[in-house]
Design a protein. Structure first.
Length: 316
């Protein structure tokens, strides 16, 4: 690999997604920084940074995916260690932002945990956050430090463009995802449809009706997060029952918890396309799941941030 010229750019990874971090390092042309993350016997996190980072711009790759609280604590402790070791800037590269779905008070006496996580990162000493497809774009406003919000849609759209599917329709599994579906549809020059659903309680969804023409078409469902896969599989089955020829699904963040893989395997979904923003365990990689890499996108964003160039032009 060609070496990146500026030795002041340092890239570190913690435990959540070291494979993605290695791919980002390879793209940029840097070695991953030397550090160790271990546990005391009572479970407390211990971090040692094994090289000098004085005066450096440090980038730390850590998705706050499951186990979410462990990964958040690792990150907070790492930020503190870097600040105390005289890093010039501490830039958090968080492909998946945990707790992003708790972004508002939907009921009385609920916390806004997405804001709390932003406060924790800032208080610990983060200088900047680079993230990918936040569940709610307004989470950017929870921070008083710069935040670069990258988009996964171009990577997903490029993959489906290469499949040369005929007569496609892009489907949002709920009203909240219409903007995302519209971006995908614009890139693939396709119409959109919307699943009208209600969610009586968390992780439970019911399809009410389908808005838009899906009869005889190849449907591509798009979401930002697939967690238990209840919504996406219900939507896929409803599309087929209402006349869709076949159904593909895609998302940026494959949380895939609990019964998700079993549901996807037993559903009408022909192929589920995800990114590697969250590391997939072996049992989640099946013949129905296709994983695309965001390493080049994040690597390019880091270079542009470091060289004080525009990040938004990546998506023009």
């Amino acid at each position: 690999m060609s070496q990146y010229a500026d030795k002041k750019l340092k890239l570190f990874t913690l435990n959540s997604n070291s494979k993605l971090a290695a791919d980002i390092a390879s793209f940029i042309g840097v070695e991953l920084g030397k550090c160790s993350v271990s546990r005391f016997s009572d479970g407390e996190v211990q971090i040692n940074i094994d090289e000098s980072i004085r005066g450096c711009d440090v980038y730390v790759v850590q998705s706050t995916s499951a186990p979410v609280n462990e990964h958040i604590m690792e990150l907070l402790i790492m930020i503190d260690a870097l600040k105390r070791a005289s890093a010039k800037t501490v830039n958090i590269v968080m492909p998946y932002y945990g707790y992003a779905r708790q972004d508002r008070k939907a009921r009385s006496r609920e916390p806004i945990t997405a804001k709390l996580v932003a406060n924790l990162l800032e208080t610990a000493g983060a200088s900047r956050v680079i993230t990918l497809d936040l569940h709610a774009p307004q989470i950017q406003g929870f921070f008083d430090i710069p935040i670069d919000h990258l988009m996964g849609v171009p990577i997903l759209a490029e993959y489906f463009e290469g499949k040369n599917l005929n007569d496609i329709v892009i489907v949002s599994p709920d009203h909240g995802g219409v903007t995302r579906a519209r971006k995908m549809a614009d890139r693939l020059k396709a119409p959109i449809a919307i699943i009208d659903k209600r969610r009586p309680r968390p992780n439970v969804a019911e399809v009410m009706s389908i808005v838009g023409n899906i009869d005889g078409k190849t449907a591509i469902l798009i979401d930002d997060i697939i967690d238990t896969a209840g919504t996406i599989t219900l939507a896929a089955n409803a599309l087929v029952e209402n006349g869709a020829k076949e159904v593909y699904a895609c998302c940026t963040h494959p949380v895939l918890s609990g019964p998700a893989i079993e549901r996807i395997q037993n559903s009408k979904i022909k192929e589920l396309v995800v990114t590697n923003s969250i590391a997939l365990s072996e049992e989640k990689i099946t013949e129905k799941v296709t994983e695309l890499s965001v390493a080049a996108l994040i690597g390019e964003a880091i270079i542009r941030v470091h060289e004080e160039q525009s990040v938004s032009t990546l998506f023009d």
